[in-house]
Design a protein around this ligand. Sequence first.
Ligand SMILES: [Zn+2]
Length: 417
Amino acid sequence: MADLAGGEVRRADLSVSEGRIGGAGVTEGAERIDVSGCVVVPGNACAHHHLYSALARGMPGPAEPPRNFIEILERVWWKLDVALDHDTIRLSAVMASVAAARAGTTALVDHHASPRAIDGSLDTVAEGIQDAGVRGVVCYETSDRHGRAGAQAGIAENARFLRQGGRPLVRGMAGGHASFTLGPATLEALVGTARDLGAPLHIHVAEDEHDQQDSVERYGHRVVHRLASAGALEEGDLVAHGVRLYASEVQTLVASGAWLAHNPRSNMNNGVGLPPVSRMGERVALGSDGIDGDMFAEVRACYLRARERSIEITPTWASRRLACGADVVGSLFGEPALGTLEPGAPGDLVVLDYDSPTPMTAANAAGHLVFGLNASHVRDVMVAGRWVVRSRRHELVDEAELAARCREAAPKLWARM
Ligand SMILES: [Zn+2]
């Protein structure tokens, strides 16, 4: 058993009953799984994902290559999201969630967009997450990109899902795209809905300089200050990226008690820069921003990219960023022990086939995480006490059949763009 964020590493039996971690003893008559030569860790969480992008893998680039972040949105992602229907939303969600589970990620925080299929889309995403057996948090990214009606439909979809509740492993947030696509009326309505329903907000913040320029030109304030004065930055809210922030914005963000989802691989892919993450306190979690669900790859990238900037960055700092994702999800599920193997914690765990070639202790567990572990070590995955991956195979979904369906659907989706 190992806490890779620098806690305990010990040799022990571990029991799970009724969906929760039990004590170190083994109950008479219980099913026993041999994990000798393995390391058992809490499941990873991805604090910011876009499951809808799953079918974009290998997609041909736009005829005119994008020259900046806004053109990446306009020529790639805003063409993909309008082409989505309920079938491709469901397929994307299942595929991305199964892949996440196979990589040892047991919880996903999704940020969904499908402007031509808004109503009911969060149910479709939730069903895809449920099919894969993982834990999820969903929201619809409200924006003014498709006029007032589109914005209202986005807010309504968040509200509908939040009011409905009632799914054991899926929760909701109130989603907004980003400051530069949220005018004053839409932002006010979104914040009002979120607060009325007691739901935290999930919104992109300053992913690129464009978001800041727009906010300064139109509202006379930088993004974090604009959101804070609109009541959109409170304890428990989740902002993604935070790449282009002034020190005063970092201060406001840290003081707010909001979570920041840092997405290092996506930031590198979009060439937007490195946020001042080492100065953003302890509420910095890791997200993939839709790249995939592999948080072992994300934490390694997080460490290396930050370390390139500052040699003071340590594996322990990076491992805490990974562990923070479970804190975000745990707060939404009312499960503060999520992400631990403490007795009473939800039974979300991963068995890693990692026969370490060097000693593994509490002091160096983060070093093993950053330099040794990867998704290929994931053997078995349990979520809420149920095995979803056993011996490297997904237990609930036929992966070959799913891949075949995706290969058929993806080119049709690309053709609609
Ligand atoms: Zn994102």
